[in-house]
Design a binder for this molecule. Sequence first.
Ligand code: ATP
Length: 227
Amino acid sequence: MSAGYGAADVVHRISLDVAEGEIAVVLGANGAGKTTTLRAISGVLARSGVVQFDGRPMPTRPEDTVRVGLSMVPQGRGTLTELTVLENLLVGAAVRPRHEADADVEKWCGFFPVLGERREQKAGSLSGGEQQMLAIARALMARPRLVLLDEPSLGLAPIVVQRVFAALADINATDGTSMLIVEQNADLALRLARSAHVLEAGRLVASGAAADFLDDDRVRSAYLGGR
Ligand code: ATP
């Protein structure tokens, strides 16, 4: 797949797989093309080449990718700050019958108790970490089989990042939801993920088991700033 803005491609002929039920991470420096990759997969941005989901061509419009089972948690969370927590959650379930949505509101308010406690409050009154949890819960309200997450740790305190990542691990283990996560926090993301990919200037330069990236000093120094 390739994608970009206007005539120029920003990501060039990248090829990656997310296996059913796995968490995969895409690492890379600022401007490497990580966000562009996610936006092209979800149909927000035009792409060329092949993207398949369950062996079928992935639709090219965002509303259709949601229908086949893809949800996105955008960078900056994308919460609708003037709407309540409950209204945000229901927006995520717009493609589903209302009685199913009501049941899932209870499910996610149970999983993230702070959302349950604040369901009638405006989303804009939540802390950054709480808004990230709301963005994740909203994406899950569509009952996706694959969730794309764009830098879920961005702007959050380390302890809050730990909580968000623990929640993602829990959701993946319990519901088997596949995830493709873009992250700059490489160490944390590699501990969460099973497979990892590194983007450099719009090209995929390494793919493999996340554990191998953590263990391999050469890979760490080449792609992860030696951390
Ligand atoms: P970051 O971590 O900063 O979000 P990234 O790896 O996600 O970085 P992208 O946001 O995908 O990188 O950006 C890749 C390239 O595309 C950059 O050179 C960026 O300037 C360019 N780009 C991003 N958005 C646009 C846009 N709307 N119009 C034109 N160029 C863009």
